[in-house]
Design a protein around this ligand. Structure first.
Ligand code: RM4
Ligand code: MN
Ligand code: MN
Length: 399
């Protein structure tokens, strides 16, 4: 194939972008999950942290861009700091590092009326002790981000003081921030509803932004793409966070109705493209960015390793499409308010089939050209299904 100068330039840009685009995958994406009506058990699902590391290593072998595994404390380190050395051993054995540390402030009975925002000071203390433990776990594992999501909120109007809860949370997050090592970050995630249905204590990016700023300079906002109301302009939120230097990272997934945790790009790939466009634009304009790209999905019905590989490949494709936008030309068209031409340029990049380019990059980096096909050929899923089947037969029901 003869390549023009433009082709070369596009190749270079695309390869550079893919080289620097690492994606963190979640340990819980390999485990059996379900809906609030029940769990669907898969023979190949991971039920130990070792199995989660093994699955993460397989995804990384196939895609080459997922060297870190996000851990959910209590699910993955039920004994807290005491489990760190075992995790370190798994890191060595599987060649996968621990990623973000996720406190668990929602599964214990004490948290029925909240954790860091509970009216009972003793329960707030307990929750604070847990997040401080998580900071220490992050230090011990050499993992940079502690990403905080809370289920706190209330179900009925008038039953809680929203303002008192703001003050309690401000104080807790500041104490947590004080304990961070210089290289650690606190990421504050927001979510408008579920499990609380009247108010949640960090409902949107404005509140997350407030809490992060109040906590201190090492705190940033975490955008989970599934945590917005229908029709919300997420790329505008991203643009604001970029502008103000408050964008810490993403939890990627897709949704149709609520926090559905579906595969990235399965419902609305254009949404993710628009987010990536804002990020590439900011980079092009010289902003220094440090964004954690993380997946947060539950593969209830799909095979888990397959779904994870599919997600990573989709993320790369959408990232690449957004790289293709000719930013200099777009800036001119925006300046002259050439609406149709600007829109066509933007959408043209989205419609471009970047799969051949991604394939070439994989081949150049010694990775399987088609990771999903390579997974099917490897027999990995069949093997783990055989090995794990017995332990995975217990069915759990909702009631
Ligand atoms: C929440 C939120 C958190 C995740 C939990 C499991 O909805 O997205 O990030 O850790 O789910
Ligand atoms: Mn999330
Ligand atoms: Mn969620």
């Amino acid at each position: 194939m003869v390549m023009s100068h433009t082709d070369y330039a596009i190749h270079e840009r695309a390869f550079k972008a893919l080289d620097s685009f690492l994606i963190e995958i979640p340990s819980w994406g390999f485990a059996n999950t379900g809906t609030r009506f029940g769990k669907f058990v898969q023979a190949a699902a991971a039920s130990t942290i070792e199995e989660k590391f093994a699955d993460a290593a397989e995804v990384n072998r196939l895609t080459g861009v997922t060297p870190r595994l996000a851990l959910h404390v209590l699910w993955d380190l039920p004994n807290g700091l005491k489990d760190v050395s075992a995790v370190r051993e798994l890191e060595r054995r599987y060649g996968i590092r621990s990623g973000s540390i996720n406190p668990n402030l929602f599964q214990d009975q004490e948290y029925k009326f909240g954790s860091l925002c509970n009216p009972d000071a003793a329960i707030r203390e307990r929750a604070l002790a847990h997040v401080l433990d998580c900071v220490e776990i992050g230090k011990a594992l050499g993992s940079r981000d502690v990403s905080l999501w809370m289920a706190d909120g209330s179900n009925y109007p008038g039953t809680q003081s929203m303002r008192k809860r703001i003050a309690w949370l401000e104080q807790a997050l500041r104490e947590m921030h004080d304990r961070l090592a210089p290289n650690q970050r606190l990421l504050v995630e927001y979510k408008p509803f579920e499990p609380a249905f009247y108010h949640t204590d960090i409902a949107d990016w404005g509140m997350a932004n407030h809490f992060a700023r109040h906590a201190g300079p090492q705190a940033f906002v975490l955008v989970d793409t599934g945590h917005h109301y229908q029709g919300q302009n997420i790329e505008q939120i991203v643009a604001w966070l970029l502008h103000s230097g408050m964008l810490g990272g993403f939890h990627f997934n897709d949704r149709r109705y609520a926090d559905d945790d579906l595969t990235l790009g399965s419902i609305d790939p254009y949404q993710i493209f628009r987010i990536f466009h804002e990020i590439h634009c900011a980079q092009y304009e010289g902003l220094k960015l440090d964004i954690a790209y993380m997946i947060d999905q539950s593969h209830n019905l799909k095979g888990k390793v397959e779904a994870m590989v599919q997600t990573v490949v989709t993320a790369q494709e959408l990232y690449l499409k957004a790289v293709l936008v000719d930013r200099e030309r777009l800036a001119q068209l925006q300046q002259s308010c050439s609406l149709v031409a600007a829109e066509e340029l933007y959408r043209g990049a989205f419609w471009t089939d970047v799969r051949p380019l991604a394939r070439e990059w994989r081949e150049a980096r010694g990775l399987p050209a088609d990771p999903l096909a390579a997974l099917a050929e490897s027999g990995y899923v069949e093997r783990i299904a055989r090995e794990r089947e017995k332990r995975n037969t217990a069915v759990s029901s909702y009631a």
